[in-house]
Ligand binder design. Structure first.
Ligand code: GTP
Ligand code: MG
Length: 234
């Protein structure tokens, strides 16, 4: 469904919409959605609560693996934030873990309204194997990723900034499609940068313009023209 260009959301107006344990239970797939992903305990739910100024919106816990469902929050009729189940939590039984991974992949690969991924990593342990896997998946799918190095309050300013630079350097190869910042849900720092990214993604109409342009191209160009163009670029 094509939607009209949305306004910048007011994050303080976020409301819980619904939970889903599989793609088929997710709310209707239209408009603009941004998902928060990351290892268990990275601070996904806390970041959503800090951003929205509502400490009770998403459930947080000291016990890793707390968020076992895909939780949807509305910002407006056409814009949503999504709190994803954390990955990499060792104490969950293997069968449950495999099922989560399957549902997570399903959501990430098939959700049309997903505009970008906020990938959270504890600033003290960035870019672990699962994070790399998630990043690779997103890059392959052409999805923009914004990384929050969370719990920045746990480090002094100097070490936190040096981790930021190190992660930025490691990911520089991906250009603008992967960005990184420091964040603390405890101190409520990093909001401005995060909101700038979310606003851009949640009001981005280019995907619909591309759809229209693709349709026009197919009418005008002979079969195979698009493929030939792709080959030229390599
Ligand atoms: N010091 C500090 N603690 C934080 C911060 N963000 C989250 N925490 C703590 O980290 C723990 C996990 O936070 P959650 O927000 O529940 O983490 P999650 O990524 O949603 O975890 P799962 O739902 O299990 O995947 C909680 O005890 C939080 O209070 C932060 O910025 N600073
Ligand atoms: Mg959570």
């Amino acid at each position: 469904m094509q939607s009209p260009a949305p306004q910048r959301p007011d994050y303080r107006c976020a409301n819980f919409l619904t939970s889903a344990s599989r793609l088929s239970q997710c709310p209707e797939d239209y408009g603009w959605e941004v998902a928060f992903a990351g290892r268990s305990n990275a601070g996904k739910s806390s970041a959503i609560n800090s951003l929205t100024g509502n400490p009770k919106l998403a459930r947080t816990s000291r016990t890793p693996g707390r968020t076992q469902l895909i939780n949807f929050f509305t910002l407006s009729e056409v814009q949503r934030l999504v709190d994803l189940p954390g990955y990499g939590f060792a104490k969950v039984p293997l069968a449950v873990k495999q099922e989560w991974t399957k549902q997570l992949e399903n959501y990430l690969q098939k959700r049309e309204s997903l505009r970008g991924l906020i990938l959270l990593m504890d600033v003290r342990h960035p870019l672990q194997a699962f994070d790399q896997q998630m990043l690779n998946w997103a890059i392959t799918a052409g999805m923009s990723v914004h990384i929050l190095l969370t719990k920045a309050d746990k480090l002094k300013n100097g070490p936190a900034r040096s981790t930021l630079l190190q992660v930025q350097r490691q990911l520089a190869i991906h250009g603008d499609s992967v960005t990184v910042q420091l964040f603390s849900a405890l101190k409520h720092t990093g909001h401005k940068e995060l909101i700038a990214v979310l606003n851009a993604w949640l009001t981005d109409t280019s995907v619909y313009e591309e759809e229209v342009a693709d349709g026009e191209e197919q009418e005008d160009q002979p079969a195979g023209a698009e493929k030939a163009e792709g080959t030229d670029e390599q």
